[in-house]
Design a protein around this ligand. Structure first.
Ligand code: UFG
Length: 338
């Protein structure tokens, strides 16, 4: 079974390629290396004994996508990770985000329509819920107006797929709404490699502990939460990767209840920023230099998943604890800087 993984050398993509290969899928990765490196192929090979087929090109080139599907006409599943993901950058340069995240999505769907159908997995985000009215967040929770062009691309992306599936019964799709992916492969061979200064909490924590950053800024301690800091649902990237294989298999086996489905992917457990820091200090034995500063614009107070649908319908459950995920992130950081 041949599967296209766009953005397959990125953080979540590379971990998913590993899980797909472990399950016997033949993987073709398309990546433009804009936020990743060819070395990731070696990391994947070190873990699975095999490199995926690799095609380096930019998916904004519609002709190249057409050529790709001519060359690989036996691709039956697509997992689409390739996208831009920095909230701040999306505010500065919205058209880049609409082109990368929406333009490319429509090009790929057009090719799948032309093929006469396929199974399609989309990387969505819990950001579509904004500050949800009720916690934990179920898939039925209303989608709230997006806080950023990035967030909007996830909402619009889901709508484009839903509308396309409505009129193409051969096209089957699942949107996976990720909560906060963290950690790295336990082998230490692949992990997160953010460009420049990390925007997300965990890479900032590990880079501070290793000495690349002076100090972690904790954005606000006056939220209505256990200790005043923001609450998120941090999920180990390997658990997340396994959910993609489950979702793809569900579509390939025709187990889906409708040809467009949505699942939350989280652990179901919320952790505060201070709890993340304490857990990190515990598993790493390092003391973290941090200080409390003002809230960050656009941050929600708390978000964690209701995991019942993913558990019961998808047959998937996150296994790793916060400690395990942070330990793997720390091992990876030490490996990368060694
Ligand atoms: N935080 C800090 N200091 C930092 C970075 C983050 O205190 O240097 C805090 C945040 O305020 C938040 C928590 O750590 O309470 C998690 O922040 P992240 O930036 O790691 O993750 P977010 O929950 O903000 O990001 C998620 C998704 C994005 C999505 C975004 C929308 O990962 O894809 O929500 O707000 F765009």
């Amino acid at each position: 079974m041949k599967v296209l993984v766009t953005g397959g050398l990125g953080f979540i993509g590379s971990h998913t390629v590993v899980e797909l290969q472990n399950e016997g899928f033949e993987v073709v990765v398309v990546d433009n290396l804009s936020n990743s490196s060819k070395d990731v192929l070696k990391g994947i090979e070190a873990i699975t004994g095999k490199q995926p087929i690799f095609e380096e090109f930019d998916l904004r080139d519609k002709q190249k996508i057409q050529d790709f599907f001519k060359k690989y006409d036996d691709v039956t599943g697509v997992i689409h990770f390739a996208a831009s993901k920095a909230v701040g950058e999306s505010v500065e340069n919205p058209l880049l985000y609409y082109e990368n995240n929406i333009g490319v999505l429509t090009y790929i769907l057009q090719q799948l329509e032309k093929k006469g159908g396929a199974s399609f997995i989309f990387s969505s985000s819990c950001t579509v819920y904004g500050q949800a009215d009720a916690l934990p967040i179920t898939e039925d929770a209303p989608v709230k107006p997006a806080e950023s062009p990035y967030g909007n691309t996830k909402q619009v992306g889901e709508e484009i797929i839903r509308d396309t599936c409505k009129v193409n019964s051969d096209l089957k799709a699942i949107a996976l709404r990720y909560f906060n992916p963290i950690g790295a492969h336990p082998s230490g061979k692949i992990g997160e490699l953010p460009l420049g200064v990390p925007q997300n909490l965990v890479p900032f924590v590990t880079q501070t502990a290793i000495g690349l950053r002076e100090q972690l800024l904790v954005f606000g301690n006056d939220y209505p939460t256990v200790d005043g800091t923001g609450i998120r649902d941090y999920i180990h990237v390997v658990d997340l990767a396994k959910a993609h294989v489950k979702a793809l298999q569900r579509l390939l086996d025709d187990k889906n209840e409708s040809n467009y489905e949505v699942f939350n992917l989280g652990t179901g457990k919320g952790s505060s920023v201070l709890e993340v820091i304490q857990s990190f200090e515990r598993v790493s034995g390092e003391k973290l230099n941090y200080k409390i500063v003002d809230r960050r614009a656009g941050d929600v107070i708390a978000a964690y998943a209701d995991t019942q649908k993913a558990n019961e319908v998808l047959g998937w459950k996150a296994k790793s604890t916060l400690d395990e995920a942070l330990k793997s992130a720390w091992e990876w950081e030490k490996n990368v800087r060694a």
